[in-house]
Design a protein around this ligand. Structure first.
Ligand SMILES: [Zn+2]
Length: 125
């Protein structure tokens, strides 16, 4: 598990950080460290966002799981794949903004559907 500096975006192994003083501070810039996850309302870290744009531009198929697909910039990724002729597979309990663009829709919670999908793919491999 990693922690990330909210100032310089440096990442560190959680077990390499001293939590004796709170909040934990970045060894590089003294910025506050938090878990390397994206909380609701928090922007996607710039390096991760750049990687997402690159992968979305190369993808010919994308699984879109457990999202309303309405929050930009992430909502643009499946639209971009679809516009270039790629296929979208949606895993969601309800219709979303991109359901009409999807080649396949697997209706249900991602936590239940994705393990079943992985199992089916493994059996075919
Ligand atoms: Zn830092």
């Amino acid at each position: 598990m990693l922690v990330r500096c909210i100032e310089c975006v440096a990442r560190f192994r959680r077990d390499a950080i001293d939590f004796a003083e709170l909040p934990p501070r970045c060894p590089h810039c003294t910025g506050i460290l938090k878990s390397d996850t994206v909380s609701f309302g928090e922007p996607i870290p710039p390096d991760v966002l750049e990687g997402c744009f690159e992968e979305a531009e190369r993808a010919d198929c994308m699984i879109v799981a457990g999202t309303s697909a309405t929050v930009y910039p992430a909502a643009q990724f499946p639209v971009s794949v679809h516009q270039r002729g790629g296929d979208l597979v949606e895993v969601n309990p309800y219709e979303s903004e991109i359901t009409q663009l999807c080649r396949h829709t697997l209706q249900g919670p991602a936590g239940e559907i994705l393990p079943l999908l992985v199992e089916r793919v493994r059996r075919r491999a």
